[in-house]
Design a protein around this ligand. Sequence first.
Ligand SMILES: [Zn+2]
Ligand SMILES: [Zn+2]
Length: 343
Amino acid sequence: MQLYNTLSAKEREALIDKAGKDRLTISFYKYAHIGNTRILRNHMYIHWDALDVLGRIYIAHEGINAQLSVPSDNFKPFKEHLDSISFLNGVRLNIAIEQDNKSFLKLKVKVRDKIVADGLNDASFDVTNKGIHVNAEQFNILIEDPETVLVDMRNHYESEIGHFKNAITPDVDTFRDSLDLIEQQLSKHKEDKNMVMYCTGGIRCEKASAYYKHKGFKRVFQLEGGIIEYTRQVRDQNLDNKFLGKNFVFDQRRSERISNDIISQCHQCGKACDTHVNCANEACHLLFIQCEECAEKMDNCCCDACKEVIALPFAEQKKLRRGKVVSNKIFKKGRSEVLKFKH
Ligand SMILES: [Zn+2]
Ligand SMILES: [Zn+2]
């Protein structure tokens, strides 16, 4: 039995089109002690592959973090399978706001050291001593309190296209950097202010809130289920939506629109725009914001140099790439001297 994805993205796309069935984009995470990560990994792969589930799943001794696309018809057996695993019984599933049948095109279940690359030494603090979870209604009340400081725990390219009103949005590339920066900024308010934090689906706040409590913050709150669950509750319960713009997500959709505000600009011409793209030059692949006119003018590239590269025959492009280490894409996201309108 093969336990790895064998179809290319193109082949998978064709299969999804042919099936003509709706799929649900779902995410969930759970911190738990997992002994044999390899066995769990294979167990999940076998069951989910049989249910035609796609997505990216990380399993570590500290837990599981999963982003999935599940055929709507198979949702019930999928959920039953999850519930049959004791530590995942009843786990909260974050259902995407905007559905897309092609949010994932492969099933990848990976064993990792950690389920989020947080850069933290977990042995140095008590990760179970977390902040208080709040739901959307409680969150809305809390962030109106003048004694509250609202912090966005995501990176610059995420908060750039959407964030809560009045949130602190650190201009950082990594989670680790934002932890330090926020601590510095709020060092005088460790005891007298409510520190309220949020992220995409809640997972980053699970660690961040424990870390800040360890650092001496006394009143730490976190938005349970993150922006995704907040939006669902706001719609279901007809609450005031305090989120502006788009929620950046880590699948083919790249984002979900939460409000009609466009709070960012095209990095090339400066006009209002919140569409992320990757530079068409595979060797560059820079993630940045580009409007449709600039995409056309630049052949979907980030700069003239990349535009020249993609105009070359493929063999030439490959030759150029040979021997060059592709720079770390995480640190490159949305940062480049050539982007005039990236602040
Ligand atoms: Zn533009
Ligand atoms: Zn480029």
